[in-house]
Design a protein around this ligand. Structure first.
Ligand code: COS
Length: 383
């Protein structure tokens, strides 16, 4: 595509994976997105297909059915999926986030038991951190994991849970002690546990095919063997998972913006006013040039952060910068794409109005862009 620079991928394998993802996105995602979004139906079968194609466990160890790919490769696959169907790419990103606590902090027995099915997409995951009274101040959570015999009972309400009601397992961050972040633990909970009660779906502005709801935990019993990483380790696990997850959101933003640019460019080449294609007016051509530049910058920032992660170097602040920049960029680019189409951009006959609505959530999920600035500014003053 002329609107996109050539990709640099580290291996032949990565090239093949990206090709596979593009084919799958064209064949399985693009033809279905409108209908599923209109009906607000979660495409569970599509996610299974992505799993069977080996694209759900890309950054995880091959020992457990992952593809052991560098994060920079996983993110480029995510970008391609997002350019066809944001909700599906977000589902892959959230699932990848939900696999992190077990993959990185579970013991061998725990990994043995669940990880392969998670990475193969047979089990879909969700991540329960936020609560109705607070999402940004994650350490202020009040949901409790109360010691009960050999295990725990979870009591409280989690909010904004993507995949609520359709997930097979939930990572639940809850309070097993009173001492601030150090009192938080992470429990892996089966969705069909008694007392796990997904509430009615939120009526969202966009990505209607992605179910989001509160989950009430009404003394839900969880065996001690479902504690990941030890008591009191939950907050650090949650933050590490989010560092990586924020890069996933950045990649989704890049894919969404790329789709909007591609659409706006072809429209502007065809649409004629005053005797010429509107792209030949500098007002339109320069706007699209700025969009292309911003997309390239966001992609470069995202992949640079991923390469730090792949090299085992600290990347938290760079991930926050990528999430902040890429999602603000996607909001601007999708809004401009609507403007390029004029009145046609405002009606549902074209996808740009949907993309503009979808971009908004990316500025909010996995830490609002204000929280990204908190992470970045604190890093500026840290040794
Ligand atoms: N990786 C590992 N550990 C981390 C970490 C990270 N990225 N960030 C913080 N921690 C650790 C700290 O080192 C500290 O541990 P010690 O007390 O042992 O030193 C502990 O966690 C508490 O850290 P901090 O004091 O920075 O916590 P705060 O309560 O100030 O919160 C922010 C920090 C605001 C960054 C955090 O609450 C946050 O990210 N909020 C947004 C949550 C979010 O993204 N929600 C979206 C929900 S998922 S859709």
């Amino acid at each position: 595509m002329a609107t996109q620079p050539p990709r640099m991928l580290p291996t032949e394998d990565a090239h093949d994976l990206l090709e596979l993802a593009s084919e799958l996105a064209d064949k399985e995602l693009a033809p279905k997105v409108d209908e599923y979004e209109r009906r607000g139906e979660f495409p569970r079968e599509v996610i299974r297909t992505i799993g069977r194609a080996g694209l759900l466990g890309l950054p995880y160890p091959s020992e457990y059915g992952g593809a052991e790919q560098p994060y920079e490769v996983y993110l480029q696959v995510l970008e391609v999926l997002a350019s066809r169907w944001l909700a599906v790419a977000e589902a892959v990103s959230v699932h990848t986030l939900a696999c992190y606590p077990l993959a990185a902090h579970g013991d061998d027995a725990q990994r043995e038991q669940f990880l392969s099915e998670m990475l193969g997409g047979e089990l879909l995951g969700a991540y329960c951190l936020s609560e109705p009274a607070g999402g940004s101040d994650a350490a202020a959570m009040t949901t409790r994991g109360i010691r009960d015999g050999d295990g725990y009972r979870i009591r409280g309400t989690k909010a904004w849970i993507t995949h609520a009601g359709v997930a097979d397992f939930y990572n639940v961050f809850c309070r097993t002690g009173d001492d601030g972040p150090a009192g938080i633990s992470c429990l892996l909970v089966d969705a069909d546990t008694a007392g796990v009660e997904p509430q009615p779906r939120e009526r969202t502005m966009g990505i209607q095919s992605s179910p989001v709801a509160q989950i009430v935990f009404d003394d839900a019993p969880v065996p001690a063997g479902r504690l990941l990483g030890g008591e009191g380790r939950g907050f650090a696990i949650a933050m590490q998972a989010l560092d990586a997850g924020r890069l996933g959101i950045a990649a989704c933003a890049v894919g969404l913006a790329q789709a909007a640019l591609d659409y706006a460019v072809s429209y502007a080449q065809e649409r004629r006013q005053f005797g010429q294609p509107i792209i030949d007016f500098q007002g339109v051509g320069f706007l699209l040039a700025d969009a292309a530049t911003q997309i390239s910058a966001a992609r470069a920032l995202t992949l640079a952060a991923a390469r730090l992660k792949d090299a085992g170097l600290p990347f938290s602040s760079e991930a926050a910068k990528a999430k902040l920049f890429a999602t603000d960029m996607a909001m601007r680019v999708t809004t401009d794409a609507v403007q390029v189409l004029g009145g046609y951009g405002y009606v549902a006959d074209h996808p740009v109005e949907r993309w503009m609505r979808e971009a908004k959530i990316l500025q909010i999920v996995e830490g609002t862009n204000q929280i990204q600035r908190v992470v970045i500014s604190r890093a500026l003053t840290r040794d």
